[in-house]
Ligand binder design. Structure first.
Ligand code: ASP
Length: 587
């Protein structure tokens, strides 16, 4: 950080002082991180945002300061002045960036004292998360959180600078708005002035960013808060942050190229290098090779289709799966597996919905496998060649409906893998436009209903593809977007496929549909999950660790107590009958 403008509290940052500053008169301010009484001498590690500095209080040199230091306790706030000295030989601390120097204090003032904190700030001991969130302002003082916040700040700064340099304008869009199309449940806010009407908090700025393209802004971005009222799912937050981007007069490749450069800059903040442009892989191939559209490719063990190898097999499980339109697929695993582990994996495959799991160990004289006797040498040779299997490898094969085989092998691949290292980013393209919802017996948009379709729009919607693209990093989707529909007739077709009536579409998105009639340029964009990107780059396993004030899994904030009941008067003003929890009534 740039040196602070000197004032009554400080003339330097604690963490910045180095041997070159020895001899200078310095004043620092911050928190008592640690205190040690060594006979006559008192040592205090003073902490500010930049780091730690050792302060020494000597009774003979500064009796008043020394006496005052005697009473200091952890997390008290002080300002101290003195001259910077080199540490004595043998007391240099290499583990501390200011470890070669110390401040010989001549004057110290206590600015605020602290109660004993409910957990240690100066140590990285595990603390129950509920307690950390209850005292988040103390938790944020800890090194782990401070470094996460610094990384987050550096990343958002890089995003802003990079996009600004590329001609993107940062524009804010409303928080009090109408329902947006991401398909989750809305958070609603009652209107006091128009009783009976409600705002929705945006699930994303999707519609507004499209309107900004209609408005001619060409290149927009926003670091935007999004709100989705979803049931508990691992590592979700009811409000989260996206880097939201939209561009006009573009096709997929234009958006992806901008994003490649942006991601390169963002990853560099964390010292991660990737080779650009990022690889692009079509959805069908991704699903075949990894059984999921957000694979972790770092672990290898790609899935292969073995249908051709086993087409004429005597092993009925394979041939009947193929005959009924299913598939035979498998992967070659790294490592040895005990018999017990193989049985466990077979059980696991069944739990995941497969009828069974075939395993085989490649040995010098053929496959060792419970089904070896049903397989010809030619079949095992063909399958082995497809999987590039060599002696000692273990193979896992599933014969089932395509959906099941993909899912089960995709999961087993992860479960047998060791911990991956490094990072992997790539694009998934050419998604299906819709997925079938059994629950509602209609098509659902895989992205959102404003995503442009491609292919023959007179054919069965199940065959349509979309012009959407996702970025996957280390097995997680970190961004997704699409080229948008810019023609009312195409939008109508998509709504039809989604069984969304004209009335319903007009009621929900009428303003956008209207705007599309006033000269909408071809446009497209993307949104990146900022919390997720920071967590991945910071090596944190939860996005809560990179959000200053997150909510617990049940959506509450142990510090503020939100969500909380409100008084009857406030409810009445909003026209809501205060009849207790669960009431939906409005007066
Ligand atoms: N609005 C989309 C989302 O939040 C992203 C996009 O299509 O740009 O997932």
């Amino acid at each position: 950080m740039r040196s602070p403008p000197p004032n009554r509290y400080r003339t330097a940052w604690a963490g910045d002082l180095r041997p070159g500053d020895v001899g200078a008169d310095v004043r620092v301010a911050g928190w008592v991180h640690r205190r040690r009484d060594h006979g006559g001498l008192i040592f205090i590690d003073l902490r500010d945002r930049t780091g730690l500095l050792q302060l020494v209080f000597r009774p003979e040199e500064a009796p008043d300061a020394h006496a005052a230091a005697h009473g200091l306790r952890s997390e008290d706030v002080i300002t101290a002045a003195g001259s910077l000295s080199p540490r004595e030989e043998g007391t240099v601390n290499r583990g501390m960036s200011t470890g070669e120097v110390e401040l010989s204090v001549t004057e110290m003032e206590l600015l605020a004292d602290s109660e004993t904190p409910p957990f240690q700030i100066d140590e990285d001991t595990p603390v129950e998360e509920e307690l950390r969130l209850r005292y988040r302002y103390l938790d944020l003082r800890r090194d782990q959180m401070r470094s996460a916040m610094e990384l987050r700040g550096a990343i958002t700064h890089t995003m802003r600078r990079h996009l600004h340099d590329q001609g993107f304008l940062e524009i804010e869009t409303p928080i009090l708005t109408r329902s947006t199309p991401e398909g989750a449940r809305d958070y609603l806010v009652p209107s006091r002035l128009q009783r009976g009407s409600w705002y929705a908090l945006p699930q994303s700025p999707q519609l507004f960013k499209q309107l900004l393209m209609v408005a001619g802004y060409e290149r927009y971005f926003q670091i935007a808060r999004c709100f989705r009222d979803e049931d508990f799912r691992a590592d979700r937050q009811p409000e989260f942050t996206q880097l939201d981007v939209e561009m006009s007069f573009v096709e997929e490749d234009d958006v992806m190229r901008v994003c490649d450069q942006l991601l390169g800059a963002v990853l560099a903040v964390a010292g991660v290098e990737v080779s650009l442009p990022l690889e692009r892989m079509a959805y069908d191939e991704v699903m075949l090779r990894y059984g999921t559209d957000r694979p972790d490719r770092r672990i290898g063990m790609d899935i292969h289709d073995l249908g051709a190898a086993f087409a004429g097999s005597e092993f009925k499980v394979f041939t009947s799966a193929l005959a009924s339109g299913g598939v035979v697929r498998g992967f070659r695993a790294n490592g040895d597996f005990s018999r017990a582990r193989l049985d466990e994996l077979t059980e696991r495959a069944k739990e995941l919905g497969a009828k069974g799991l075939v395993w085989a160990v490649v040995e010098s004289d053929g496959w060792r496998s419970p089904i070896a006797k049903f397989l010809s040498t030619e079949e095992t040779a063909d399958a082995g060649a497809e999987l590039q299997a060599g002696e000692g490898d273990t193979l896992f094969i599933v014969a089932d409906e395509e959906r099941v085989a993909a899912r089960v092998l995709g999961r087993l691949r992860i479960e047998v893998a060791g911990p991956p290292s490094g990072h992997d980013l790539f694009w998934v393209t050419d998604f299906p436009m819709f997925e079938w919802s059994d629950e509602e017996s209609r098509w659902d948009a895989l992205h959102h209903p404003f995503t442009a379709p491609q292919g023959d729009l007179d054919a069965d919607p199940g065959t349509w593809r979309s012009r959407a693209y996702d970025v996957v990093m280390d097995g997680l989707e970190i961004g997704g977007g699409s080229i948008r529909i810019d023609r009312p007739d195409v939008q109508r077709k998509v709504f039809d496929a989604l069984a969304l009536s004209s009335e319903e579409a007009t009621r929900r998105f009428g303003f956008l549909l209207e705007a599309l009639r006033y000269g909408a340029p071809p446009h497209g964009g993307i949104a990146f999950g900022l919390d997720r990107v920071v967590a991945l780059l910071g090596g944190r396993d939860s996005i809560r660790q990179v959000i200053a004030f997150p909510k617990t899994a049940s959506g509450s904030d142990p510090m503020t107590g939100a969500p909380a009941p409100v008084g009857e008067t406030q409810l009445r003003e909003l026209g809501i009958r205060p009849s207790g929890a669960g009431s939906e009534g409005r007066a």
